[in-house]
Design a binder for this molecule. Structure first.
Ligand code: APR
Length: 265
């Protein structure tokens, strides 16, 4: 692995335009569960007081069709908002881990030498921003903010669990998490920003994602088509592992600080 870490550090030391795509795996070492892994292979989730070893990944604990779709919200707004508020409180209790901090440092160094750095995240936990990342594009929205279904007005609920379900906005209409549900379009501004960044990048890093959900996963293929050098840092093999220039199968919280340590200033 050390040869790959050296090569990735060298790539990032010379890169002019870097794009990073992150998924739930970068937040796993902060105690937040991923979506498609068996919990018994995951870090025991600390933010929820541990996950019973028998429980599967997040989606297997809950039927996504029951919770993460507009139809589910329509059918049972109380159940959906309770689940999302439970996750929101977990995200606020979690702390950025060394993987998040390393990506913020890589951004700082690339920008300090006049380069461009764009962090595309599928995560809704805002841990990248809390770790110091600046140019973050939230492809799937944010669980930290909620919005009025009638006016679209955004609110940021306080740190404690909500007390009324389903929550309502000032006008009395329902509040929903400001996330992208299955079947919904990604925010136009986010997609445009991602497409522009990917079109011009010379290095593309995929970190902590199973690279199975589109359009996010498509950005990896677009970068490769545009001639960018592609790198994957992921605990397990994914569909892109055979196609990237460097695939480092390890934990982000361990590898990324290593990469930073071997990069030039
Ligand atoms: N370091 C690096 N990778 C890790 C770590 C870690 N510490 N822990 C887990 N992983 C990897 C797993 O091997 C897995 O391949 O992170 C990946 C997480 O994959 P998913 O659970 O599928 O999460 P993600 O790719 O973010 O899912 C994409 O799907 O359900 C929707 O909207 C949801 O944004 C999410 C999207």
């Amino acid at each position: 692995m050390s040869g790959a870490v050296d090569a990735v550090a060298e790539l990032l030391s010379r890169a002019r335009r870097v794009v990073v795509l992150t998924g739930a795996g970068i937040s796993a070492e902060s105690g937040l569960r991923t979506f498609r892994e068996a919990a018994d292979r995951q870090e025991q989730s600390t933010s929820r007081g541990g996950v019973p070893p028998t429980m599967e990944g997040l989606w297997k604990s809950f039927d996504p069709q029951k919770l993460a779709t507009p139809e589910a919200f329509e059918a049972d707004p109380e159940m959906v908002t309770r689940w999302y508020d439970h996750r929101r409180v977990g995200c606020l209790a979690a702390q950025p881990n060394p993987g998040h901090v390393a990506l913020a440092e890589i951004e700082r160094r690339v920008v300090a030498r006049g380069g461009v750095f764009t962090l595309l995240t599928q995560n809704v936990d805002r841990l990248h921003q809390r770790a110091g990342s600046v140019n973050v594009v939230e492809l799937h929205g944010s669980i930290i903010e909620w919005r009025c279904v009638k006016t679209g007005r955004k609110v940021t609920p306080g740190p404690g669990a909500m007390t009324e379900f389903p929550p309502r906005s000032e006008c009395g209409a329902l509040l929903r998490p400001d996330v992208v549900w299955f079947g919904e379009m990604l925010p136009e501004t986010a997609v445009r920003a991602a497409q522009e960044a990917v079109a011009e990048c010379d290095v593309f890093l995929s970190v902590g994602t199973s690279a199975q959900v589109y359009p996010a996963a498509g950005f990896i293929h677009a970068a490769a088509r545009n001639g960018a050098k592609t790198v994957e840092v992921n605990k397990d093999p994914t569909p892109i592992s055979p196609m990237v220039d460097w695939s480092v199968l390890a934990k982000a919280g361990e590898v990324l600080p290593e990469v930073v340590g071997r990069m030039g200033e």
